[in-house]
Design a protein around this ligand. Structure first.
Ligand SMILES: [Zn+2]
Length: 410
């Protein structure tokens, strides 16, 4: 097995599908199709013709002695002006696993899946292909989607031989697989491994998310004539809340469990320099890997916002925007992954994933785990995205070792 070959393939794909601004493999478009066509050519060298399921996911199979299957997945699609490793790294590492076992019959069957439209960059729905296969996609939520040029999702899919109304049939395809494990190698897309100066990390799972909008309502008034104790300043209540939310996140962070929270938007009304803010809306996005911790963070945030509202004589209303349960990975695969990382790099840091990944959709269906590769400057979804080559080599080598271990021990 050779990490160098994987890197050479990644460079070849980047040359074929990037401009000076970065990767351009936008899902369902011509460059993405070209990337898949190129990948099919690589598979043909191994004598493998991939199957496409009803959601457009592409599955390459190497039959083993048993039908028990190790699935290796990621995605060839990218955001516009994206990086060369996001998604492609996992697919090309999967290809190397197929190559590694191609001349010997592996004890288990190996499938490499290139999930369709992981990024959601064109139509706004991430994990489209994997959520369809996992049974988590509701057609009603996506049938109206249109890209910025006015192309409907349903038409973009049809152009690629996928019928939106039949995407759920991909569930049967996934269910028919006797899956022993799902493995995914991905670039971290954040600064944690870099801060530790470790090439590779074991991913514990993907964060659960609680996303809400809070609206504080007070009374707009003239800023010159209203004494401060008599004001009902909605912005100050929001600001007090935001500071309290940060404290809540700090309080729930332990040495082995990091949580995050962000107030990312703020809207003040009437938004005039000479008016006391009568209303203020902020967003709150809380994330944690542990469901009870996430629930308790939300509870604390509700109390803190009520307290801030009382302090400022305003009211507060909550509106839930989105939520997803934490998706912790399989403990045995986490251990196997840690072994592989330790063998190659000496030390196996464990970290949660802030972003969602296709692996999260597999968690309810089979044991799953991910491995992260170091992100230079924590950057991703941009042309600067990179992993220094020696670290990239180590990450790929550790991942292929994880594949070997899983194939032999599952
Ligand atoms: Zn990705």
């Amino acid at each position: 097995m050779s990490a160098r070959d994987v890197i050479a393939n990644l460079r070849e794909l980047a040359d074929l599908t990037s401009t000076p601004n970065g990767a351009q493999r936008l899902a369902w478009g011509p460059v993405w199709r070209e990337a898949r066509h190129w990948f099919n050519g690589k598979l043909a060298v191994l004598g493998i013709t991939p199957e496409i399921d009803a959601a457009g996911n592409s599955w390459a199979t190497l039959r083993g002695a048993s039908d028990r299957t190790v699935i290796i997945g990621s995605h060839l699609d990218s955001v516009p002006n994206g990086g060369w490793l996001d998604g492609a790294l996992g697919v090309m590492a999967g290809y190397e696993a197929l190559r590694m076992f191609n001349h010997q019959r592996p004890p288990l069957t190996i499938k490499v899946v290139d999930w369709a439209d992981e990024e959601g960059a064109r139509f706004g729905r991430s994990l489209l292909g994997s959520s369809a296969a996992a049974g988590a996609l509701r057609i009603g939520e996506v049938e109206h989607l249109v890209d910025k040029d006015g192309t409907r999702l349903v038409d973009a899919l049809r152009e690629n031989g996928v019928e939106l109304a039949r995407m759920h049939e991909s569930q049967a395809f996934l269910k028919a697989i006797d899956a022993a494990a799902y493995l995914e190698l991905h670039i971290e897309q954040g600064p944690v491994l870099e801060a530790m100066n470790r090439p590779t990390g074991v991913v514990l799972g993907t964060f659960g998310v609680e996303r809400h909008v809070l609206r504080f309502t007070g009374q707009a008034a003239h800023s010159g004539s209203t004494p401060i104790p008599m004001r009902r300043d909605a912005f100050l209540a929001a600001a007090e809340s935001a500071l309290a939310f940060r404290d809540i996140a700090n309080r729930h962070t332990t040495p082995d469990a990091r949580v995050v929270c962000t107030v990312g938007t703020v809207k003040v009304e009437p938004g005039i320099v000479t008016a006391v803010p009568g209303a203020c809306e902020i967003s709150l996005d809380q994330r944690a890997l542990d469901a009870p911790v996430l629930a308790s963070m939300l509870n604390d945030a509700r109390e803190a916002a009520s307290r801030a509202a009382r302090n400022n004589n305003v009211s507060v209303e909550w509106r839930q925007v989105w939520r997803i349960e934490p998706r912790p990975f399989d403990p045995r695969l986490i251990e196997l992954c840690a072994e592989a990382v330790r063998e190659v790099t000496g030390e196996a840091p464990h970290l949660p994933s802030g972003p969602l990944h296709d692996a999260a959709e597999m968690v309810p269906h089979m044991p799953a785990v991910m491995m992260f590769a170091y992100s230079s400057n924590g950057l991703s979804h941009c042309k600067e995205e990179d992993t220094p080559e020696p670290y990239l080599e180590k990450s790929i080598t550790a991942f292929l070792r994880l594949v070997e271990k899983t194939v032999h021990e599952s």
